[in-house]
Design a binder for this molecule. Structure first.
Ligand SMILES: Cc1cc2nc3c(=O)[nH]c(=O)nc-3n(C[C@H](O)[C@H](O)[C@H](O)COP(=O)(O)OP(=O)(O)OC[C@H]3O[C@@H](n4cnc5c(N)ncnc54)[C@H](O)[C@@H]3O)c2cc1C
Length: 516
């Protein structure tokens, strides 16, 4: 059987797989992506990018394309809990949302999953990724040196093998790779069976012309008293999500849509419908040897809160640089063990956040009792800081998993704060300087030269900036701060000569990190 060799094989050209491909491409690693579909998704699924995702997409060079991929209408979001589209509004998520501009230089994006996947595919290909559509991953076998994957071309049914150093399982909620690896999943499990009905109706007079409109309907006259109405990429095209019922006929579906919109004689045309399950499920581990789970293959959450797609994109951001550093010989393979340690705790929290939102918005009290109330939105999004992983802990500070984003500590393991520094050549904003490189902010006289020389010795990309004080980053004013390519603070200290020791730890060159 014919056999190709690649560094990384990615199964799945969804948000997770394509994101991982882009972030590998930024580091000159060009993976092969295989996808059983004929193209990227054309279905109206996840919509919207949070500012953290937009920061990552800025690094990937695709932020402007995503901001531009806005559906028709006014560039604004409606997200409310209401009796119907025309009825009483119980809660306005946008009006009550914290001001995210305090925490990030990026604003939320509004692109649909279809537009996002298309933009990612184009960018990944421009960076050297090959995407092979109509290609099914049949089976795989890993050993100490790599993974042998058997692929089937769905064009001519031929089988062939690819030998990869690493395999990314970005194969989604129904993907088989995690099952075949014997990785169990935990969580609340099944939450609700849902039918999504796409329909055409002229609702501009009642919905307004915001580009993105979501109504979480709470109304005793629809099944289970709750449903969701969502706009799509096309003017006059909507999706009504309602509790599934195999016995419901067309007239029953039409009645529910009219109640959700709140117009008893609404004129509309049903285009199609699909059914899917809401679930809360997290893999017990995100890595098995040379195979990594990303996106829905690793964590499944209901869509209430819109983080499923965002978390999938971010997995690629946080994994990509590590995998590239190992493949390029800059880091020891032990660095890859930190992917699970760093990402899984976040996935646990975000899955629970979305399921708790579902419980609140769709009145599923039994779920709320188990999963509790949703955490504060801004804290969930901006407050996560690593308890273990690829950084040098600062023992003088108490580590917490979620910080108050309004008072960031900037401790190693936390995201570098959104703060302005006075650079020797003018103001600097670390979060707008993020890129596929480490960064150093230093007050020391020879700090920039020292950091640059150390980076050369290590063979890693690094940008060093001389500043007058790093106090805005939460460090001692005269300290030096090292930031990872994903914007996480890796180390801070008084002496820039310690950067070398810090990098050896972060890149796992000398000793394994204490991850257990
Ligand atoms: C109807 C619907 C509405 C949703 N709405 C929202 C929302 O509003 N907000 C939100 O955040 N999330 C929403 N989601 C969830 C969101 O779409 C997912 O979180 C996101 O798609 C995850 O991306 P992924 O890349 O991990 O998986 P996927 O997008 O599922 O991609 C996995 C890919 O792997 C491919 N694949 C699987 N097995 C193989 C194989 N053996 N060989 C080759 N290819 C394979 C699949 O064809 C698929 O393209 C929704 C999901 C659905 C279904």
């Amino acid at each position: 059987m014919q056999r190709e060799q690649v560094d990384v094989l990615i199964v799945g050209a969804g948000l997770a797989g394509l994101s991982t491909a882009m972030f590998l491409g930024l580091h000159d690693i060009t993976p092969l992506v295989v996808e059983r579909r004929q193209s990227t998704s054309i279905l109206p699924k996840a919509r919207g990018q949070n500012p953290i995702t937009m920061e990552a997409l800025r690094v990937a060079g695709v932020a402007e394309a995503i901001y531009a991929a806005i559906p028709p209408g006014k560039p604004a979001i409606t997200s409310v809990v209401s009796e119907s589209m025309t009825g009483k509004v119980f809660h306005d998520h946008v009006a009550n949302r914290p001001d995210f501009s305090r925490f990030s230089p990026e604003r939320p994006g509004m692109a649909s999953q279809a537009m996002t996947e298309a933009a990612f595919a184009e960018r990944a290909q421009a960076l050297g990724t090959e995407i092979r559509f109509n290609t099914f991953c049949e089976e795989f076998e890993q050993d100490d040196e790599g993974v042998t994957v058997t692929l089937r071309s769905l064009d001519d049914d031929s089988l062939y093998q690819v030998r990869a150093k690493y395999l990314i399982a970005a194969d989604g909620i129904r993907g088989k790779i995690s099952k075949e690896l014997g990785i169990d999943k935990h969580g609340y499990g099944f939450l609700k069976a849902v039918t999504a009905v796409r329909f055409k109706a002229d609702l501009i007079d009642v919905a307004g012309d915001n580009a993105m409109v979501v109504h979480y309907i709470q109304n005793p006259n629809i099944p289970d008293g709750a449903g969701v109405l969502v706009s799509t990429d096309f003017v006059g095209e909507w999706v009504a999500n309602m509790s599934a019922d195999p016995d419901r006929d067309q007239a029953g579906t039409e009645e529910i849509i009219r109640t959700m919109v709140g117009i008893p004689d609404l004129d509309f045309e049903i285009i199609d419908s699909t059914s899917y399950d809401y679930a809360h499920q997290i893999a017990d581990k995100f890595q098995e040897g040379r195979i990594f789970l990303t996106g829905d293959a690793a964590h499944v959450m209901p869509p209430t809160g819109g983080q499923g797609g965002n978390t999938a994109v971010q997995d690629g951001y946080y994994l990509g640089w590590k995998l590239a550093a190992v493949l390029k010989g800059q880091a020891s393979p032990a660095l890859l063990d930190t992917y699970d340690v760093e990402r899984r705790p976040y996935a646990e929290v975000v899955c629970t956040w979305q399921a708790a939102n579902l419980a609140e918005r769709r009145r599923m009290d039994e779920v709320g009792e188990v999963l509790g109330k949703p955490m504060d939105h801004a804290t969930m999004m901006f407050g996560y800081s690593l308890m273990k992983g690829a950084f040098v802990p600062d023992e003088s500070v108490d580590a917490v998993e979620f910080e108050n984003p309004a008072a960031p500590t900037g401790r190693p393991g936390a995201r570098v704060p959104y703060a302005e520094l006075e650079g020797t050549d003018g103001p600097l904003q670390p979060r707008t300087l993020l890129g596929p490189y480490f960064m150093v902010f230093t007050v020391a006289d020879n700090g920039v030269e020292r950091a640059t020389t150390t980076a050369k010795d290590f063979g890693i990309p690094l940008k060093a900036f001389g500043v007058k004080s790093v106090a805005p980053l939460g460090a001692k004013p005269s300290a030096t701060v090292l930031v990872r390519p994903d914007g996480v603070v890796a180390w801070r200290g008084d002496d820039p000569t310690d950067i070398a020791r810090a990098l050896r730890t972060v890149l796992c060159r000398e000793r394994e990190l204490a991850l257990a």
